[in-house]
Write a protein that binds this ligand. Structure first.
Ligand SMILES: C[S@@+](CC[C@H](N)C(=O)[O-])C[C@H]1O[C@@H](n2cnc3c(N)ncnc32)[C@H](O)[C@@H]1O
Length: 318
């Protein structure tokens, strides 16, 4: 796509410096601003201290599962007729780059409100069909009905008003466009209470203290996983705890405290996963019904829906 064709996609002039444009540098909302700062801190550290390769492999495989693509070929086939694609809330941009590689006929835009947008633009400057924006996905410069595929993976719950962001993104879909989106799921009551308490309490912590806290959570997750203990929990509906056989780390993780640990990930990758949970102010959780309601009120067709402990994912169309 040449510069003129690119500009045709926008309702206002957008100025690119090589492969990046800044549509908004800061948020007027305190919580979104803190959320951006928290993700800038996470991505800059992760980019500096870790290769992120294991995390990327894990995340790509998870994406294939979460949206029902199953295989890379399934995703490639899905992307065949998509010409303009966005990766809304792209972080370090590896999914934007992946989509650009799987759909070489398409133009892909990765957008992030944190400093990650700059890192992503630098990382993938050699890829001709991917561009980045630093800005708010709740207020994008695209014309209505200009996007064939919107991926908003693990992001919308971090925006100031998730339902409003969803409505805005849906308005940008072409008549045959598809919108894949992931929202955090509400979990058991003890976990929800602790999450809310800690997310508020951690606001008075510096980034340094927050990393220390994340390190302690990784350590706890590691210790519990290495116990390798399985047990059967009863159903405790009053607390939202589902019965069944659990590994002890997973039981504590899902029902009481996020203490993430993945043996293949580097320490920084593991810590950043815990940091990412407790540090941002904006991190709402939803029931499946609450999430589906966003699509219903816009008369969108739900082509795919999946709920798991962590999240609800869907692909919708007009
Ligand atoms: C958990 S990360 C997910 C990153 C990426 N989608 C992935 O799956 O690896 C959430 C990202 O959303 C970005 N974000 C949060 N609110 C945003 C907003 N209003 N506009 C654009 N990006 C936002 C954050 O800066 C962060 O990079």
């Amino acid at each position: 796509m040449n510069t003129e064709e690119l500009q045709q996609l926008f309702s206002v002039p957008v100025i690119f410096d090589k492969n990046i444009a800044i549509t908004s540098n800061a948020s007027e909302h305190i919580n979104q601003s803190q959320t951006n700062d928290s993700f800038s801190e996470k991505w800059v550290k992760l980019d500096k201290e870790s290769s992120t390769s294991e995390l990327e492999i894990f995340q790509k495989n998870w994406l294939l599962d979460l949206y029902g693509f199953k295989t890379v070929e399934g995703l490639r086939e899905f992307l065949k007729d998509k010409k303009v694609i966005i990766d809304a809330g792209c972080g370090l941009g590896y999914k934007s780059a992946w989509l650009a590689e799987l759909a070489p006929h398409a133009t892909v835009f990765g957008i992030d409100f944190s400093d990650a947008a700059h890192i992503a633009a630098k990382r993938y400057e050699e890829i001709p069909n991917v561009f980045f924006f630093k800005g708010d996905i709740a207020n994008l410069p695209f014309k209505k009905e200009s996007l064939d595929f919107i991926l908003c993976d693990q992001v919308i719950h971090h925006t100031e008003n998730p339902q409003q962001t969803y409505t805005h993104l849906a308005s940008l879909l072409t008549p045959n466009g598809k919108f894949a989106c992931y929202v955090y799921a509400k979990k058991a009551i003890p976990r929800e209470l602790l999450d809310d308490y800690f997310r508020t309490a951690t606001h008075s912590l510096s980034h340094e203290e927050m990393w220390k806290f994340s390190d302690q959570l990784t350590e706890l997750g590691k210790t519990l996983s290495e116990l390798n203990v399985k047990f059967t929990s009863p159903d405790i509906p009053a607390l939202g705890i589902k019965g069944g056989e659990y590994d002890i780390q997973r039981f504590i993780y899902w029902n009481f405290l996020k203490c993430f640990y993945h043996p293949k990930w580097t320490k920084t990758e593991n810590d950043s996963c815990n940091f990412d949970w407790y540090s941002p102010s904006n991190a709402e959780r939803f029931s499946p019904e609450e999430y589906k309601q966003w699509a219903y009120v816009l008369n969108l067709k739900i082509d795919f829906f999946r709920s798991e402990e962590a999240a609800h994912t869907s692909i919708v169309s007009k």
